[in-house]
Design a protein around this ligand. Structure first.
Ligand code: BES
Ligand code: MN
Ligand code: ZN
Length: 517
């Protein structure tokens, strides 16, 4: 694992192999953007060299060049930042991506000094987090030697900012490690990650970090009447689990419940998926992975809020014992569901977990799920959907995503679509109108949320997994989507934010009203 340290020493005097600097497009070609501790070091000859090497300063671009004489690091990696969007400097997301691109490009290097222009504590944290996310590589199943992640990253910060920078880097270390933990789980193939092994992993992490973990196995699920989780899992030789992992704080005044879809493999069941759709389905536990990682992060950050994670784990397989289309399940809490399509399994396991989570009367519930292809078609692979029973909480979740640097977009729950889930034999069917299928799924889940508890549903079917090339601080494969948003929500709750209260229209409007009084 990459080590990350902070220094106020100028980059020219650091004993690193590489110095990473930011480059912006200038009127006469690319220009190095001064960062903390770079003063004068990269002025001589570097702009000409950059131009000669074809650099433009565009975001994501990297150019390697020899360092000017007298500089500690012998090599320079110039990372394009694009034009600064504000006079005060770059958006944290630009910094995060630049740092991620740098550490990914330099994998195999021993020591890297980051001299990106992080001029605020927020930017320092962004660079630290981006650097850690960029080091991620999933090599557990490679037998041939791979390029190792950068061993040590040293961040250069302004002397006046050392103490807040160290705190920001501490937070980034937790977030980076936990996002990478979620990525590892998503990337682990379903022959090794199945409900029981996932539950064992959670229990071990709970022991390590002092969190309470309770695991319901198939017998406990049967005794408790968890028909949704049991039904989805009954076709697999690997039995299902419901895992509860809780972070509690003695001073907490708010409690959040996070509920994750943990289908360790989704074949579709008897409503079998075709080739092309089934080889990508080890990712179907990404919601549970995000919930697990977020609860751990909340604990490791010592957040003054209670956060309970619920992981609904099952493998959806076709077999002689599998759920049949037409079967009726009796869910946890007693309601019945007619299963018209066994491939709409996520909502079945989530329904049980939502009802169970709701029994503890948390102040808000957020579920996270790779739930529908429809949402993936709608929003693509870079943006996740947020649906909610009330707009106030939905906006809180969207704001948290924005603050955390994740891209989310609101989707509605049109009441007209609810009727399509009416069943001829049971309380509700698991499959309805195909048009707006992601919204129909959200409407199904809503039925299982206790009245009066703010609830939001995150459909991460697209952005949970990157089938393409790495970009910014996003690797190929599991992305760790939603971990940062959930942690931010928990931080906001710890800071006294009431999930149920509407966000004031704008700070200016609030000020204006204050002025009237
Ligand atoms: N896990 C899938 C959704 C999915 C698709 C996630 C692609 C990631 C990438 C989910 O269980 C599913 O099969 N959904 C069906 C629901 C339908 C049968 C109502 C879908 O979206 O097609
Ligand atoms: Mn499915
Ligand atoms: Zn699924």
């Amino acid at each position: 694992m990459t080590e990350l340290t902070v220094t106020t020493t100028s980059v020219a005097s650091l004993p690193a192999e590489w110095a990473v600097i930011g480059v912006a497009p200038g009127a006469e070609g690319p220009v190095p953007v001064p960062g903390p501790g770079t003063s004068g070091s990269f002025d001589d000859g570097i702009p000409r060299l950059l131009a000669g090497l074809g650099a433009t300063g565009a975001p994501g671009e990297t150019v390697a060049l020899p360092a000017p004489a007298g500089i500690g690091p012998g090599l320079v990696l110039a990372v394009g930042l694009g034009p600064a969007d504000e006079p005060g400097g770059y958006d944290p997301e630009v910094m995060r991506r630049a740092a991620g691109v740098a550490t990914r490009t330099l994998s195999g290097a021993d020591t890297v000094a980051l001299a990106l222009p992080a001029r605020t504590t927020e930017a320092v944290e962004a660079v630290a987090l981006g650097a850690l996310l960029g080091t991620y590589a999933f090599t557990a199943y490679r037998t041939a030697a791979q390029r190792a992640p950068v061993r040590t990253v040293t961040m250069v910060v302004d002397p006046g900012r050392l103490t807040p920078a160290q705190a920001a880097v501490g937070r980034a270390l937790v977030l980076g490690r936990e996002v990478n933990r979620a990525r590892d789980l998503v990337n682990t193939p379903a022959n090794d990650l199945y409900p029981e092994s996932f539950a064992t992993t959670v229990a071990a992490a709970g022991r390590e970090h002092g969190l309470a973990v309770d695991v319901l196995d198939e017998d406990a699920l049967a005794a408790g009447g968890y028909g949704g989780i049991l039904g989805v899992g009954q076709g697999s030789v690997r039995p299902p689990r419901l895992v509860r992992i809780a972070h509690t704080h003695p001073g907490a005044t708010t409690s959040l419940a996070f509920v994750g879809k943990g289908i360790t493999y989704d074949s579709g069941g008897i409503s079998l998926k075709p080739v092309g759709a089934n080889e990508i389905m080890k990712r179907d536990m990404a919601g549970a992975a995000a919930v697990f990682a977020a609860v751990l992060a909340a604990a490791r950050l010592g957040l003054r809020v209670d956060v309970t994670g619920w992981l609904a784990l099952a493998e959806n397989m076709p077999s002689g014992s599998a759920l049949r289309p037409g079967d009726v399940l009796r869910m946890y809490g007693g309601r019945t569901v007619e299963v018209l399509n066994t491939d709409a399994e996520g909502r079945l396991v989530l329904a049980d977990a939502l009802v169970r989570a709701g029994e503890e009367r948390p102040d808000a519930i957020v579920d996270v799920a790779t739930l529908t292809a429809a949402t993936r078609f709608g929003l693509g692979d870079h943006v996740f959907a947020v649906m909610a029973a009330d707009d106030a909480f939905r906006d809180r979740v969207l704001a948290a995503a924005g603050e955390a640097g994740e891209r989310a977009w609101p989707m509605p729950l049109p009441p007209e679509l609810r009727r399509s889930l009416d069943s001829r034999v049971a309380d509700i069917a698991n499959h309805g109108e195909r048009m707006g299928g992601g919204l129909v799924a959200g409407l199904f889940l809503r039925e299982f949320v206790p009245a009066g508890v703010p609830w939001a549903h995150l459909d991460i079917a697209g952005p949970a997994f990157n089938e393409g090339e790495p970009h910014g601080c996003t690797p190929s494969g599991g992305t760790g989507c939603a971990v940062r948003t959930l942690v931010r929500l928990a931080e906001n709750a710890a800071a006294g934010e009431d999930p149920a209260r509407r966000i004031p229209a704008t700070a200016a409007a609030t000020d204006g009203r204050a002025g009237e009084r």
